[in-house]
Design a protein around this ligand. Sequence first.
Ligand code: TYM
Length: 335
Amino acid sequence: MEKKEIVLSGIRPTGHLHLGNYFGAVKNFVKMQETNECYFFIADYHSLTTHPHPDNLQGNVRQVLIEYLAAGLDPEKATLYLQSDIPETAELYLFLNMNAYLGELERVTTFKEKARKQPNNVNAGLLTYPTLMAADIIIQKAHKVPVGKDQEQNLEMTRTYARRFNHMYGVDFFPIPTAYNFGEELVKIPGLDGSGKMGKSEGEGNAIFLYEDPKSIRKKIMKAVTDSGPTEMNQPKPEPIQNLFTLLKVVSKPDVVEYFEEKYNNCTIRYGDLKKQLAEDVIAFTAPFAERIKELSADNEYILKVMDQGAEKARAHALETMREVRRIIGFRKIY
Ligand code: TYM
């Protein structure tokens, strides 16, 4: 029998899932669980780089798991787990750090961005974020990693570390994983503030969450940044306007997008109408998720069961890798 390709990805438990997480990552997870051996986890070790309070950490981990399930992940099809339930990941991280270099880690864009955002907390965990991420991925010997565009460079680093390990020990042990999206190109969902990407830490009003209620979605979208409108036929769209069209493309029907494209191109567009339509289509899209999030939140026992089941499966698989890794490096067999 042909062995299925292994798929793995993770999300940090730093808030609710938003449309960026969904279209950049989770939508692919839901598809891939049908055909592949899948591992999807909650990156709670990684969230320590921003020093969360223990109560918040636990609450957020539970919330992301609930939202994973509400988005359609099925614990019978994919292994769903917490990163910290596989402490051997930290052991592999240590090994990888011995062959990771300051220069290459300092050049990573997400490190530079985070160092700028939290200048008083540029900890070693932030710097070595890519080696921990590489450990997450290769400990399950993953081939494909569904992620959004912002994770592309981290994935490049993972490829480097997997290759370096293989090369250093003269083995063909770790697969070299690739960043993946069903639509071929990695996705970047923009925020509502006129620039950049949708994100949890990009400021109030920038992100739309799957759990969010219609009133709040309408308010955020109506407030989205626009300009005074096109003045020439077929003129290129400035970024804030392009962003609204990008959002429209993922939630609305093609003829709706076409209608507003035409209006833009012949300078008769009214952004108020565009926003109203976008808001209604976003609400229609998120409402079923919000409903399931509510239902699942009430079933604590089920959530705990999913965690336990996932931890057991994910750890057993990771341990197989780590036994080999310890042998290859030259350590004693201890598990
Ligand atoms: P995180 O928690 O920032 O985001 C989770 C996933 O959502 C995607 N994403 C987006 N995609 C498109 N447009 C956006 N605006 C947008 N915002 C977020 C991200 O690309 C990601 O796929 N480092 C990771 C977590 C991680 C991980 C891993 C991922 C830890 N170890 C191993 C894959 C494999 C992160 O911080 O994602």
